[in-house]
Design a binder for this molecule. Structure first.
Ligand code: FES
Length: 171
C-alpha cells in the first residue's frame, strides 16, 4: 500500500474544493445556454402577446369628432387637438378663408412633435430639421421617411369634423 504526503497548501485546498476548471467552464456554458433558451422563450411569448393584442384590437376606429369651429382660428392660425385617441396629438392649420388641413403632430422620423411655421409655410420638426409640406404632408427635407398622416376633415355647418386618418402606405 502506497501512502501519499501532502506536499503543499495547494493540495489541501484542492482536496477540500474538488472543482476542476474544465467542469467550471462546462457549468458556465450550460448556464449560458439556459439563459439563451429562456430569453428566446420570453421574446417568443412577447411576440405572441403583441400578435394576440393586435388581433383583439382589430382595425383602429375613427369616430367622427368635432375638432374646431370654422371661425375659431384665423388664416395662418393653428389649433392642436387629439384624434382619434386622447394621446394622438394632431395639428389643424387654416390655410385660407375656407381651407383647413390637419395632420398627426408626430414626426415620422423619431416622433418629435412638429409645429407650423407660418413664415416658411411648412410643418417643421425641431429635432432633426425635418420639414413637411402643409399642402399634403409630404416630406420636403430631412430624415423623415414618410409623409405625416393626414386627418380627414369634413365641414358640417360651422364645425370642422375629423372623420378618419389617411396614412401613407409605407406608414
Ligand atoms: S424626429 Fe423629426 S426629423 Fe427626426
Amino acid at each position: 500500500m502506497k501512502l501519499f504526503r501532502r506536499s503543499s497548501a495547494e493540495a489541501l485546498w484542492r482536496d477540500e474544493f474538488p472543482i476542476h476548471a474544465a467542469d467550471e467552464r462546462y457549468v458556465n456554458r450550460r448556464q449560458f445556454t439556459k439563459f439563451l433558451v429562456l430569453t428566446s422563450l420570453a421574446m417568443f411569448a412577447g411576440n405572441v402577446w403583441i400578435l394576440v393584442r393586435s388581433w383583439l384590437r382589430g382595425t383602429p376606429a375613427f369616430p367622427a369628432t368635432v375638432v374646431a369651429r370654422a371661425d375659431e382660428i384665423g388664416i395662418g392660425g393653428v389649433k392642436l387637438f387629439s384624434y382619434p385617441l386622447p394621446h394622438d396629438n394632431c395639428i389643424l392649420i387654416r390655410t385660407g378663408p375656407e381651407n383647413y388641413v390637419a395632420y398627426s403632430q408626430k414626426c415620422t422620423h423619431l416622433s418629435c412633435a412638429v409645429y407650423y411655421s407660418q413664415t416658411a409655410n411648412r410643418l417643421e420638426c425641431p429635432c432633426h430639421e425635418g420639414y413637411f409640406s402643409v399642402k399634403d404632408g409630404s416630406v420636403l427635407q430631412g430624415p423623415p421617411p414618410r409623409p405625416l398622416p393626414r386627418v380627414i376633415l369634413e365641414r358640417r355647418g360651422e364645425d370642422l369634423v375629423a372623420v378618419g386618418m389617411e396614412v401613407h402606405p409605407e406608414g
